[in-house]
Design a protein around this ligand. Structure first.
Ligand code: AHG
Ligand code: MN
Ligand code: MN
Length: 333
C-alpha cells in the first residue's frame, strides 16, 4: 500500500536538485481535495453548500456556492504553503500574484478549475477539480505577470484532477506517465490504486451533449453518425455516455476508452471549455496516458494562449477516435 505522500517523496528523489516546491504544491492540492471531498459528501445536509452563490463569474456563468468555496479552499491551501508565485482560476476575473517574500521567490504558478461540473452539484452527480502547474518565466524575486500564465500547454510541469465520484480519486502527471490515487476517508489518505494509467487506443464510448446536435458543425455531426453506424469490424455502434462533468467523462474514457467532445457550436462559437483551466491539463494527461487532445485538428498543447479565460473546442480521448473525428472535420472544412 503506497500513499500519495510516499509516492511524491519517492518521485522527488529522482531529481537530486529538486527543492521540494512542486511536492509542496501537490500536498496543498491533496489537502484541498480532502476538504472539498468532505463538504461535497455533506452537501445535502446543510444549506451552505448547495445552490447558487448569487453572483456571476467573469464569463457570465452563475457561480454556485461550491464553485466559490472550492476556489477559496484551493487558494488558501496554496497560499498557506507558499510554494506558488501566482494563481489563476476559472472563478476569478484576473490572476493573483502571491506578493509575499515567499511568493515572489517561488518558481511555479498554478491554474485551476476548482469545481468542474457545476450543473451536477445540486443533484448528487460526480464533479471534479482540475489543476495545471507551470514554471514562471518572469524573474524570480518579482511578482508574477500575465505572460507567466500565457504559456503553451506543452510547457506544463504537472497537471491533474480530482474526481469526487462513487469514490474520490486524485489523478496526476508530472510528464512521466499518469498515476491515480483513491481516497480512503477512514484513513484520510490517498492510496496508489491505478499506477501507470493507459488510455485504450480504440474506444467504445462517445461523450458529447447530443441535445445540442443541430448547433454543431457538419464534421462533428457526421462523426456522431459514424459512431452510431453498425459495423462489427470496428465494434460500432459505440455507446453514448455523457455525465456533463468533463472530469468524470474524461476519467471514464481514460479507463475504458472513448472520446469526449465539446465542439464549436452556434451557441458557443469558440467552444465552451477553457483552454487554460480545462483543455491544457486534460490534454497533458491524455497524451501522457497514450491518448490525444485536439481542437478538432491541431494539438491543444501547441495553442498559444492569448487570454486568461480563452475558450477552445475540445476533442480528447482514445487516439484512434480523436484521429477519426479529425478526418470528418477536415473532410467537411
Ligand atoms: P464548469 O462546471 O467548470 O463550468 O464546467 C462545465 C463544463 C464541463 O465540465 C462539462 O462537460 C460541460 O461544461 C457541460 O456543458 P453542457 O451542459 O453544455 O453540456
Ligand atoms: Mn469545468
Ligand atoms: Mn468550474
Amino acid at each position: 500500500m503506497k500513499t500519495l505522500g510516499e509516492f511524491i517523496i519517492e518521485k522527488q528523489a529522482d531529481y537530486p536538485n529538486a527543492t521540494g516546491e512542486l511536492s509542496g504544491i501537490l500536498s496543498a492540492i491533496r489537502l484541498s481535495a480532502k476538504i472539498i471531498h468532505r463538504d461535497i459528501n455533506r452537501a445535502g445536509l446543510t444549506q451552505d453548500i448547495l445552490g447558487e452563490a448569487g453572483d456571476e463569474n467573469i464569463q457570465g456563468e452563475a457561480q454556485m456556492k461550491l464553485d466559490v468555496f472550492a476556489n477559496e479552499t484551493m487558494k488558501k491551501a496554496l497560499m498557506a504553503r507558499g510554494d506558488v508565485a501566482g494563481f489563476a482560476s476559472e472563478e476569478d476575473d484576473s490572476f493573483i500574484a502571491f506578493d509575499t517574500e515567499r511568493g515572489r521567490n517561488a518558481k511555479y504558478i498554478l491554474m485551476t478549475d476548482p469545481l468542474d461540473g457545476s450543473s451536477n452539484i445540486d443533484v448528487n452527480v460526480s464533479v471534479g477539480t482540475i489543476f495545471s502547474i507551470y514554471k514562471r518565466i518572469s524573474p524570480i524575486g518579482s511578482p508574477v505577470t500575465l505572460e507567466d500564465f500565457f504559456q503553451k500547454g506543452r510547457q506544463q510541469v504537472a497537471a491533474g484532477y480530482v474526481t469526487y465520484g462513487s469514490s474520490t480519486m486524485l489523478v496526476y502527471t508530472t510528464g512521466n506517465g499518469v498515476n491515480g490515487f483513491t481516497y480512503d476517508p477512514s484513513l484520510g489518505l490517498f492510496i496508489l490504486s491505478h499506477p501507470e494509467m493507459k488510455m485504450p487506443f480504440h474506444g467504445k464510448y462517445y461523450s458529447i451533449n447530443e441535445g445540442q446536435y443541430v448547433t454543431f458543425p457538419e464534421g462533428v455531426k457526421k462523426f456522431i453518425k459514424y459512431c452510431q453506424e453498425e459495423d462489427p469490424t470496428t465494434k460500432r455502434p459505440y455507446s453514448s455516455r455523457y455525465i456533463g462533468s468533463l472530469v468524470s467523462d474524461f476519467h471514464r474514457n481514460l479507463l475504458k476508452g472513448g472520446i469526449y467532445i465539446y465542439p464549436t457550436s452556434t451557441s458557443y462559437p469558440k467552444g465552451k471549455l477553457r483552454l487554460l483551466y480545462e483543455g491544457n491539463p486534460m490534454a497533458f494527461l491524455a497524451e501522457q496516458a497514450g491518448g490525444k487532445a485536439t481542437d478538432g485538428t491541431h494539438p491543444i498543447l501547441d495553442i498559444q494562449p492569448t487570454e486568461l479565460h480563452q475558450r477552445v473546442p475540445f476533442f480528447v480521448g482514445s487516439t484512434a477516435m480523436v484521429d477519426k473525428a479529425k478526418e470528418f472535420i477536415e473532410a467537411s472544412a
